[in-house]
Design a protein around this ligand. Structure first.
Ligand code: PLP
Length: 376
């Protein structure tokens, strides 16, 4: 049975061209970018070129890119880096109830260390209200961290409006763009964003690599101490093959951004139509517009997500719930709790399907038919 992978929000396969460059670099580019000999200088050149690609992709300057081990580190660096650098100016942080755990758990740790964190609520579509943010802002607010788009339901947040609002406030503005990057055109300066997290494995690049955009004049306390890499902001020998492959993945995404958005919307529509024409009853979690093109989260009445995911797995379909799997049992998704409340049925019957490069219309029709058979 050939499996149908519909879990691209969790991770993506590496693109063919990315695999080629990654394997070639592992063989050829073993140099340490800090070494002064030719082999080291070659590695440094590749690193600089990649950094330029990352910067150009978001309208930034290359000195504003700090390469990290992925989205989790980028988020942690933005949050702890700001909190520890600015604690004498204030200890208040604003974030949302629907952030990825890389942000939420970092903020919870800061609360244990004496920081005060406001978690903004969302509406039933999974979107924050800019007025809630306005009302929560204080003179001692040092950081606002709002994800660009949610990884479970795809809801895009009002990032431009937040950036505009914070232009006249000293708080740094961080956005976790791990899901949005590669699905939305992003310009950090137009958005007035100070810090922005990106991860390679969500855009058909290798795992364990990402970057944090750190705007000019934004001072963060480093997470790591050691060598002088990344202009002393992130110690540790750079993973050049992963960096170069990540840059290739960025170039591919950038060159085909509109095409891939249109394709994902089309795949989503075909999938939804097939479910509907088979008579499956479901509702969509998240907004109809202002939603990431690759994510579809649906609630199917009378199904149990745990059983359903096992049935999907046995039928050869990879999908997921946004829920965390802890010690064999599934905790309800904090995102759906924030959208619907503690006791709503959506917490037990929602599944996320997410589309990507290798999916075909034929595959999504086959998946929808298999799903219909399970449910009906
Ligand atoms: C919104 C968001 N932030 C952060 C992360 C963590 O990124 P990484 O897996 O690169 O550590 C993810 C990954 O699922 C995500 O979806």
């Amino acid at each position: 049975m050939t499996r149908i992978y519909l879990d691209h929000a969790a991770t993506t396969p590496m693109a063919e061209e990315v695999i080629q460059i990654f394997t070639a670099e592992i063989i050829d580019e073993f140099g340490n970018a800090s070494s002064i000999h030719q082999t080291g200088r070659n590695a440094r050149k590749k690193l600089d070129q990649a950094r330029n690609v990352f910067a150009a992709s978001i309208g930034a300057h290359e000195t504003e890119i700090t390469i990290t081990s992925g989205g989790t580190e980028a988020d942690n660096y933005a949050i702890f880096g700001t909190a520890y650098a600015r604690k004498s100016e204030g200890k208040h942080i604003i974030t949302t109830q629907i952030e990825h755990h890389a942000v939420l758990h970092a903020c919870e740790q800061l609360e244990r260390e004496g920081f005060d964190v406001t978690y903004l609520p969302v509406n039933k579509k999974g979107v924050i209200d800019i007025n809630d943010l306005k009302n929560s802002l204080r003179d001692d607010t040092i950081l606002v961290s709002v994800m660009y788009a949610n990884n479970e339901v795809g809801a895009i947040q009002p990032i431009q409006a937040i950036g505009d609002l914070l232009k006249d406030h000293p708080a740094y503005f961080h956005t976790d763009a791990v899901q949005a990057y590669g699905s939305i055109e992003i310009n950090v300066h137009a958005l007035h964003v100070d810090l922005l997290s990106v991860s390679s494995h969500k855009i058909n690049g290798p795992k364990g690599i990402g970057f944090l955009f750190v705007g000019k004049g934004i001072a963060l306390k480093p997470l790591f101490y050691g060598g002088q890499q990344e202009r002393k902001k992130r110690a540790g020998t750079e993973n050049i093959p992963a960096v170069v492959a990540f840059a290739k993945a960025v170039e591919l995404k950038q060159s085909k951004l509109q095409e891939s958005i249109t394709r994902n919307i089309q795949l989503k529509q075909v999938f939804v139509q097939q479910l509907e024409s088979n008579g499956v009853q479901f509702t969509v979690n998240g907004p109809k517009e202002d939603v990431l093109s690759h994510i579809l989260n649906i609630s199917i009445p009378k199904t149990d997500v745990e059983t359903f995911l096992v049935q999907l797995d046995l039928a050869g379909i990879d999908a997921s719930s946004g829920s965390a799997c802890t010690a064999g049992s599934i905790d309800p998704s904090h995102v759906l709790v924030a959208m619907y409340g503690e006791n709503s049925p959506e917490l037990r019957n929602s599944v996320r399907f997410s589309f990507g490069i290798n999916n075909t219309e034929q595959q999504v029709i086959e998946a929808a038919n298999k799903i219909s058979k399970i449910i009906l």
